[in-house]
Design a protein around this ligand. Structure first.
Ligand code: GLA
Length: 392
């Protein structure tokens, strides 16, 4: 029942073949950037919190080359369309929408004074789209890394991630935090990317216990952060912080939230309770993981999901069903913890489980989920993988 993750080497070969078939060009530069899954720390990257994602072994790959023109010609594995961008001008938001991630990243380089030479590119992806696994951050980071290759220049990793975040803000109009772009940029094999979002410091935390498997279950319920729910939640937290009269969520205690419950009003009080609770749960989870204390980790993941469902209201029926099935399998069935992952409103859940039972757990999750919803989910295991890079 477990889906196989396509090999990066095969994706690179497919990108070269696609470039040749669609644009009759030979790939001389290939960039790959992964999606991410978040173990815990949800909707607090824009609240100075801690988050604990990792780069998954699913990638967006761009194969391309300079074309001697002043235009970019971009084809993808998803359709017949070829998007042409005029590189002699600063990039602006335009149609088709998916190309705005690329336009936004090019604009970031242009704003830094780079002249972008014409190029041909073919894009393909093994990151499921709209599944809460940051396919958009992967596209941004793959584009930025491709441009580094094209311009023969290297940005500092943090600057590259922030350039990509700005592209998402300005060109996709999603006021996201830094988690996705940081995870895709800084990811390393066998390492979680624990980020202190107040300082913007990522710490690479070992995650190499072969007895642990992370299952990602895509509910196949589409998730579109630009719909407004995400921006509305972020606004709620800004209002909460202002009503509490604090400069940072890191200075807010749960007693502050309880003591100001009426003043905060509903739903701001519940949103605030989520932020403060999730920050302390993430700190506790990082400590539990460091001492291999899975009995502590599971309840923290469960509490995170409940808080996202009830207080932050970013879950949905299908995510709740998938998490519930994991809970029923329980600790003796090999499940350590389960929760929704990413922005929510659909998308995926993350299930931490014992490796020797992972395959059986995936089979049960898929069967029970389909029975309850009539939808076939997509379930795969993932290990922390290398972040955005140029492929030789
Ligand atoms: C999306 C955003 C991230 C983060 C998560 C929720 O993935 O892009 O910045 O806020 O939602 O944790």
């Amino acid at each position: 029942m477990l889906q196989i993750n396509p090999d990066l080497t095969d994706l690179v070969a497919d990108a070269a073949a696609g470039l040749l078939a669609r644009l009759q060009s030979k790939a001389t530069i290939t960039a790959a950037a992964p999606g991410r899954v978040n173990l815990i720390g949800e909707h607090i990257d824009y609240c100075d919190g801690f988050v604990m994602p990792f780069a998954i072994d699913r990638y967006i790959v761009i194969g391309g080359c300079a074309n001697g023109r002043s235009q970019a010609r971009i084809a993808t594995a998803l359709g017949d369309e070829i998007v042409v961008l005029d590189l002699s001008k600063p990039q602006q938001v335009a149609e088709p929408k998916w190309a705005n991630y690329i336009r936004g990243v090019i604009r970031g380089f242009q704003d830094r004074g780079h002249h972008i030479p014409g190029f041909d590119a073919f894009i393909l992806s093994s990151v499921p789209g709209g599944a809460g696994l940051s396919s958009s951050a992967a596209l941004e980071l793959a584009t930025a890394t491709f441009l580094e290759g094209l311009l023969d220049t290297r940005l500092e990793t943090r600057e590259k991630a922030l350039l990509c975040q700005k592209a998402e803000h300005d060109f996709a109009h999603v006021p996201c935090g830094i988690m996705d772009q940081f995870a895709s940029a800084f990811g390393k094999t066998n390492r979680l990317v624990l980020i202190d979002c107040r300082t913007g410091e990522p710490e690479l935390v070992p995650f190499e216990n072969p007895d642990l498997t992370v299952l990602i279950s895509n509910t196949m319920v589409h998730h579109e952060l630009s719909d407004g729910g995400y921006a509305a939640r972020r606004k709620n937290t800004e209002v909460g912080l202002a009503r509490l009269g604090k400069a940072s969520w890191r200075d807010v205690t749960s007693a502050d939230v309880q003591g100001n419950w009426e003043k905060l009003g509903d739903p701001i009080n519940r949103r605030s309770r989520h932020v403060v609770g999730e920050i302390s749960r993430t700190i506790a989870a990082a400590a539990a993981l460091a001492r291999n204390d899975f009995e502590a980790l599971g309840p923290l993941m469960a509490a995170s999901h409940d808080s996202l469902r009830d207080d932050f209201e970013v879950s949905c029926k299908e995510l709740d069903i998938m998490v519930e099935i994991g809970r029923k399998i329980g600790r003796h069935g090999g499940v350590i913890g389960a929760r929704m992952t990413g922005g929510g409103f659909g998308g995926s859940t993350v299930t931490l489980c014992e490796s020797r039972k992972a395959s059986q757990i995936a089979t049960t999750l898929a069967a029970e989920y389909e029975k309850a919803t009539g939808i076939k989910p997509q379930i795969f295991a993932s290990r922390p993988s290398q972040g955005a890079h140029l492929v030789d």
